[in-house]
Design a protein around this ligand. Sequence first.
Ligand SMILES: Cc1cc2nc3c(=O)[nH]c(=O)nc-3n(C[C@H](O)[C@H](O)[C@H](O)COP(=O)(O)OP(=O)(O)OC[C@H]3O[C@@H](n4cnc5c(N)ncnc54)[C@H](O)[C@@H]3O)c2cc1C
Length: 417
Amino acid sequence: MVSCNRKKSIAIVGTGISGSISALKSLQKNLDVTIFEKSKNFGGILCDAVDKNEIYFNACQYLNPEEEWFKLLDKKNFELNRFYHDKATYSDLFDEDVYENDIAGPLIKKKLDIGLLISLKKSKKNLSQRLSTYPKIIKNNLLEWLDFIKVDPVQISWNAATGLAINRFFFRSNIKELKIEKEKNPLFDNLVGLSRNEMGLKEIDASLPAKGFNHFFENLKKKLLTNNVNVNLNTIVKPTWEKNNLFLTVNNKKLSFDKIIWTGNPTGLIKNYGLPLLDSTHINSKHFYFEFEGQIKNNLYIQVYSKKTAINRIFIYNLNGKNKITVETLSTELNINDVIKFCNQVFEKSKLSIKINESGNIYSDLHKKYILFSLKDEEIIKDFIKSSKKSNLIHGNWLEYGRDQKINHLIKEIENI
Ligand SMILES: Cc1cc2nc3c(=O)[nH]c(=O)nc-3n(C[C@H](O)[C@H](O)[C@H](O)COP(=O)(O)OP(=O)(O)OC[C@H]3O[C@@H](n4cnc5c(N)ncnc54)[C@H](O)[C@@H]3O)c2cc1C
């Protein structure tokens, strides 16, 4: 007989940041927690790049210390740095070439007729239609850029613009009028950006683990093990659905849980539910890692929009006392010398007195980025979330790009168990 005092059980599939924070929250709720992770470590897409004992952040992925969930990470255990969220943009898409501080998004310096912008209309369809809402100069250049990075905007959902950091467009003229329009028109607010300073918002901080994400996740794993969480690494789970109830099959054993959080790729989960196979659109890319000479005040990332290179972000930071650079790209075909040349040009334009150290450690690796989703996948995932609502699954909020949106959804669901 099952005792009424039995702790409720929760399984968490995936130990990226979403699964790991969910595990901490589940402990706080006194749940019986079991974790499954297919790789040998915690961390998911946040795992560091490591080469010859040098550690690099594999991308610029800040944690947000302003979020409620961040409080689950006690300072003593997790050694998290907090610093000013410093950002900039380099673009040669619309003007000759521009470097602008405090903005991370496509921007245009040319003065445009405000009337052209205010006529933006919402279409719930694809990315191409989203771009058509902007004046021609923007639409045509962004379409050319998407073609250059081999993304077909007709296949991609309107909502997937965030993954490419083109969800808001920044105009550098008519700032006062833009602010007024943003305040009264939600669609306009969604499509047109201003810096925090221009919006009259307070400056925000960002956070990163002082010794890298691998060290952070190792500590997190230790904390979970100390609190009797059942941690299963190198373990792939298979989903089995029976009458709208989810079971997990592990090493041919079918396991049952009161609740199951699925943070990993949902393709198998949805297919086994009886819905069509997802397209799982992704971008194959290469990241480059360097050391640099010079000084920066804060960690800084520069968002790049260029028709000359598929580099999309340059992240300049200090890790374990060393000056490092991670260059994220949207292609596998970049040549290291071209990357160095381009970055040094951007630094010159930015007036940052830094330079890539070409005789220091240099490393590169490949990434599959699931940062976009097709219109078809959007429909299937929405359908799945709706139909499985009454099951024991807590879905991973896969259609939201942002980490905080994913984690906050999971925290809320765990709160309600
Ligand atoms: C390249 C990139 C850049 C991003 N940049 C930002 C950003 O700057 N800001 C932001 O807010 N968001 C960003 N995002 C989105 C956000 O980072 C991610 O949504 C979030 O960090 C991913 O964490 P996660 O734990 O949800 O997933 P993941 O880190 O992908 O973790 C999922 C884990 O599940 C495991 N897993 C999968 N399937 C199974 C299975 N069947 N059995 C067992 N284990 C399984 C995987 O091995 C993995 O460890 C980015 C996403 C990408 C891809």
